[in-house]
Design a protein around this ligand. Structure first.
Ligand code: DC
Length: 226
């Protein structure tokens, strides 16, 4: 398995950056919390899930066969991506809404399981953070693979019911049972894949957000930094 060796070599030079890693499953509150935390600490914010979604968008748009790992990885490498807090532009096309849509959402787990796609995006993530001297970085493998030397690693979780309700609220989808089924499918794909599965990273602090407000979670994380 070559992937971890690549990671170790690359991450050594990244230590010293002010990185806060926020990982966890869909609906655990990652995006809301990571954004609020970045505001509070005046750090840059990076949504790495949006990057995997952008690759899925680019592949679907180009008609790339999603079963062809070499072709999807090439799409990832060639992709021009501009991502900020309000927009996502892929190869000059505004993909802000499309990357949250059902087509991309159902394709993204397949794309995110591809090692060469991950190699490309991890490199972009490290460069992005390196250029800014740090940031709050949200994803699935940030504390375990991308920035194992992060100043703080947080693993957010919540009960399956709460997560399904949150996701249903976000998308305006009233069928909570269908959302719950989709979350279970993505949990299984994210946790069961061979390449950088969703795990609680060594040294991470797990916070269950089921019963907490956004402010309470942010305060808890800030307290951990002190
Ligand atoms: O957080 P999200 O739902 O936008 O993530 C989209 C997909 O990308 C999801 O299937 C998990 C995957 N992902 C990943 O594998 N690694 C990351 N660092 C971030 C997201």
């Amino acid at each position: 398995m070559t992937w971890p060796h690549y990671v170790v070599g690359e991450t050594e030079r990244m230590s010293g950056l002010e990185v806060i890693a926020i990982d966890g499953p869909a609906g655990s509150g990652k995006t809301t919390i990571a954004r609020a935390l970045a505001d509070r600490l005046e750090l840059a914010y990076l949504d790495t899930g949006a990057m995997y979604r952008a690759v899925a968008f680019a592949a679907l748009r180009a008609g790339t066969d999603l079963g062809d790992e070499v072709a999807v990885a090439r799409t990832a490498r060639d992709m021009g991506l501009h991502l900020d807090r309000t927009s996502c532009v892929v190869d000059g096309v505004d993909a802000t809404l499309a990357i949250r849509g059902p087509e991309v959402t159902s394709a993204v787990s397949v794309v995110a399981a591809m090692v060469d796609v991950r190699v490309e995006l991890v490199e972009r993530q490290r460069n992005w953070v390196g250029e800014r001297g740090g940031g709050v970085v949200e994803g699935r493998d940030i504390g375990s693979v991308v920035f194992p030397e992060a100043r703080l690693k947080v693993y957010l979780t919540a009960s399956p019911e709460v997560r399904a309700r949150r996701r249903a609220g976000e998308t305006g989808d009233v069928d909570v049972a269908a959302v719950a089924a989709d979350i279970r499918r993505r949990d299984a794909a994210d946790s069961g894949r061979e390449a950088s599965p969703l795990v609680e990273a060594d040294g991470s602090v797990t916070l269950d957000t089921s019963e907490l407000t956004v402010d309470e979670v942010v305060e808890a994380i800030v307290a951990l930094l002190r």
